[in-house]
Design a protein around this ligand. Structure first.
Ligand code: HPA
Ligand code: ZN
Length: 356
């Protein structure tokens, strides 16, 4: 390596690198082109251009807020209210993941966001699971579904999300999540709903420490039973919390560009990713909302590798973390681990050579 030049891992190696995406919202994955087509089928919808669609459902790099970011979702979900639309966007989200070199996906969706056209929440879950099955027959990807309870929605709806997750547990649903606007609806209000899920042994992840401080993360872990956390960027404000996450192996699902787009960090260089690694907090790298943010997971790995100067060893560990953190039975984990290790071995000469 010549002095003064940073070693960099080539983007094509990172695209081929085995990846899991454990934090991927279905509605946040809708392609603008697909939105345009689905919108044309809506009654009374005026003709839109692709430019108008992009302006309405995506965000740019200017730092917004979580509330502004989330304002895109009611617009997106105008077109996600029928079973065929849900199957299609599910298949396409998985196709896009394969293009980014992703081998295992936990797609997440909030059933109640897709019932405005008369679908029952069970029908929403079944349409998404059907899309996942169709994709599995055609493209090399394994996927599971996480059902999302939402901050600010009626408690009865959220209780039903837990019931749905239990009912479809053996049929492709891997766990539950809590999403929505954390800056407006504190985590502590959701302990009751998640208690039931904990007692039933459901795998739990919670968006926490994104729009609120470390107290939200403490509550997610201690009262909601989270084994993984979405974002959790504010954990760096509390050294005792970092220790706790390390000691209890609570995984942080990092989503870099999303954190830029919600104004959680002003610049990627300020993101706590490297500090999590140094503190021994287990992390995974994920996309969050590739449609809204106009990204893919391969690109997120390139950003991570460049911004945080990740070594080949760290890249290998990060890939395997996606397997270790997955909400899957141990036999599936062992299968994925073997596959990831084989691919890492195959790419090792390239990942080390591209850095010279
Ligand atoms: N936070 C909370 N809810 C969400 C997000 C997020 O980043 N993305 C989609 N729903
Ligand atoms: Zn999210």
């Amino acid at each position: 390596m010549s002095q003064g030049t940073e070693p960099q891992t080539a983007p094509d190696v990172l695209r081929a690198w085995p990846k899991a995406d454990l934090h991927l919202h279905l509605d946040g994955s809708v392609r603008p082109e697909t939105y345009l087509e689905l919108a044309r089928e809506l009654p009374g919808q005026e003709a839109l251009t692709l430019e108008e669609v992009r302006a309405a459902i995506t965000v740019g790099d200017g730092a917004g807020s979580l509330t502004q970011f989330l304002s895109r979702f009611p617009v997106i979900n105008r077109v996600t209210q029928t079973a065929p639309a849900l199957r299609r966007i599910t298949r396409e989200a998985l196709e896009d993941a394969v293009q980014a070199g992703v081998r295992y996906v936990e797609l997440r969706a909030a059933p109640w966001l897709h019932t405005q056209g008369g679908l029952a929440p069970e029908a929403v879950v079944e349409a998404i699971l059907a899309g996942m099955k169709e994709a599995a027959r055609q493209i090399p990807i394994l996927s599971r579904l996480i059902l999302v309870a939402l901050r600010g929605r009626p408690e009865e709806e959220n209780r039903q999300v837990v019931q749905l997750a239990l009912r479809y547990r053996e049929h492709g649903v891997a766990g539950i999540d809590l999403a929505g606007d954390e800056s407006l609806h504190p985590t502590a209000a959701y302990g009751g709903i998640f208690r039931e899920a904990q007692e039933a042994g459901l795998a739990i992840t919670v968006h926490a420490g994104e729009g609120a401080g470390p107290e939200s993360i403490w509550t997610a872990v201690r009262e909601l039973g989270a084994r993984r956390l979405g974002h959790a960027t504010s954990a760096v404000q509390d050294p005792a919390l970092l220790d706790y996450l390390r000691e209890h192996q609570i995984w942080v699902e990092v989503c870099l560009t999303s954190n830029l787009h919600t104004g959680v960090v002003a610049r990627l260089e300020e993101h706590p990713f490297r500090r999590f690694l140094e503190a021994g907090v287990p992390v995974t790298l994920n996309s969050d909302d590739p449609g809204v943010s106009q990204i893919d997971l391969a690109g997120e790995w390139v950003r991570a590798a460049q911004t945080f100067h990740l070594t080949p060893e760290e890249l290998a560990q990060l890939a395997l973390n996606g397997v270790e953190a997955a909400f899957v039975p141990e036999a599936t984990r062992a299968m994925l681990r073997a596959e990831f290790e084989t691919q890492i071995d195959r790419l090792w000469p390239q990942v080390t050579a591209s850095r010279r």
